[in-house]
Structures are given as C-alpha cells and as structure tokens.
Design a protein around this ligand. Sequence first.
Ligand code: FES
Length: 377
Amino acid sequence: MTDNRPEHPDSGSLPDKLSSPRPSDQASGPGNTRESGVSSGSHTNSSSGTDLYTAGHGDGQRHGDQPAQAAAHAPPAPLSERDAKIAERKVASLFLLAVIGVISFIVTFFAQEQEFGQPGNVYFTPLLGVFMAMALGGVGAGAVLWAKLLMVDEEAVQERHPFGSKPDERAATAKALKQGLADTGLPRRKLLRNTLLLGAGSLALLPLPFVGFLGRFQHKERVLGTTSWVEGVRLIRQNGTPVKLGDLQIGGVESVFPDVFHGTIAADSPALLIRMRPEELRLEGEQQDWAYQGHVVYSSICTHLGCPVKLYEQQTHYLLCPCHQSIFDASTGAEVIFGPAARALPQLAISVDDEGYFIAEGDFAEPIGPSYWERGT
Ligand code: FES
C-alpha cells in the first residue's frame, strides 16, 4: 500500500531527527538545548493542530498551513561546575530527607502502642502523615529540582507517524535513550545516583507498617463489643461538665459522654440521659436497677445502621432515628416500636456518687450500634 501523503517540509525519519545537531552545537544560540524533532524556530505547533495528519484521513491531507506560531524557547544559561555541584547537593539533600521520612514513619508507627478502643497519642496520625509527606515529597521535589537544574533543557516535538518502528528507528531510539541517560548526569554524578537509589529504594519500605498492621487486632472479640464506659466514670456533657442529679427537669434530655480521655469524641460512647417521672418508666427485670430516680441512659447509636438517635419526644417518650425512622420507646427500655431497627438501644446502668454526680455502673450490657453477623445480638 502506497502512502500518498505529501511530503512535509519538516518531515524526515526519526533517526534523522534524533541525529540532528543540538542547538548548542549550532551557531544560532547558546545553552544546552537540543531539538530531537524539528527546529523550534520554524516548525508549526503540534498542539495547535496545525501540523498533524488526521487519523484515518485517506488522502493524507494536512490541516491548515498557517505560519509557525510556536513560542521560542529560551533555554537557561548552563550552570558552572561549581553551581552544578551545589545543585547536586540540594537534590541529594531532598533524597536524604525522603530517607529520614521513611525511617521516622516506621519508627513512629512501631514505637507508639495503639490499642483499639483505648486512648492513644493524638499526634500519632498527624506525625505519620508528616513523615509520609517528607518521604514522598523528598523524592518528588528532588526529582523536580534535578530535572530543572541538572538535566539538559530539551524541547522536542514529535509528529505523528505510522505505527511500527523500523529497525533503524529502534536503534536510533535506543541510542537516544542512552544519550538521555547520559544527559541526566547519573553515570558521572555518583552522589546523586546513590542518594536517588537510596531515597527511591527506601520508599519500598513504606508499606511495611501497613503489612504489619494487618491482623493486629485479630482475635480481639470484644473490641467491637466494648465502649469507653467503665464503672464509676462520671457522665459529662459535650463541654466536659459533669451532670448532677437534679440538673435535668422532668421531660429533659441530655447528650452524655464518659469522663475519660477522649470520652467526648469516642465514636462508640455517646449516650442520652433522659428524665421522666419514675412511674412513667416501665422497665423490666434488671433494667429497673439500671435507672436512677426516673433517669435512664441509652446508647444514642442506632441499632439499625448506626445513625445518631437524638430526637426525643417528651410526651410519648419516643426516641426517633432520623435516618430510616426507627422509633424506640425510652420508657420501656428503648425497645423498637417502629422501623427497620431489629433490637432495642442498649441501656447503661447508672447511679450517683457521693457528690451527687451521675456515674456509670459499668459498660453497656450488650454491644452498641448495628447488629451484624458473628456478633449474636
Ligand atoms: S440508622 Fe436508624 S433507622 Fe436506620
């Protein structure tokens, strides 16, 4: 099949283009810029669509023959040997920063004991983020700086051409790649090469903590079955003040949390303290002992899908979950009277300490939140 496309004035085989002299070799301009395609001063801009063959265009007609509009590329002046050394050290420092980031990440991860459901170091996660940013940013910034300061400033435009390279083109490409490697300076800049290998290689260690993390909480059957509520801990409000007997009017309701480290932000511990007339409470069995003078506390995490149950209707004692409209009756142990929830909100046993503040008698008697397989409730 014959290619009838007209000869492009700038066209030519890839080897020809690859072997075209560098501008630095030409008398036309200074710097170390190289053009491996067509010369920047006269060729049309491929990205503007003025110099491309249309794919599938049978007659090979080209679109447009506007004059060249490509902006002239002004290469920076080549660095002196001394400046190149300084630049090399800067890049090496960034690669070493990446190494420090990786090591710090791993040390931080393993040095901090983390027990699921227990208070932890608030700086743990931010530190991991900072060190990971150092690791990734160090390699990334080093690579950018290296390319900007030490590599050959090259502007190349490659035209579209038929798929499939000829042997001589492949050979020319290999030659160009070798030349590119030489242009990076890696073969002769040992410090740069070694620190790059060290920095990039150390990134491979980053996933190690996550691998170690797998299975860390295996066989901790009660992890999802316990909360931060423990015996004797006071009931506090969101602002940290403890709730005293008498603080709530009849018909009142208060969001309460355990007075422990991170108690107000522990996802499994929010609860509702509700006061009603003692005679309005219709609890059965041991649940009667879990209430205190008309006060009852229920987990405020819906047993359907875990939404916060915060809407309380004073007259009916109904607690409403806004997500799927499950309704729980607070006077009867928060049993479900409507909606998709399958079980009652767990009740917290409470009493009052010597100073008259509400305290928990222990954790919830059953796991809070949505029911799921393997849990049994
Ligand atoms: S999450 Fe409460 S009803 Fe669905």
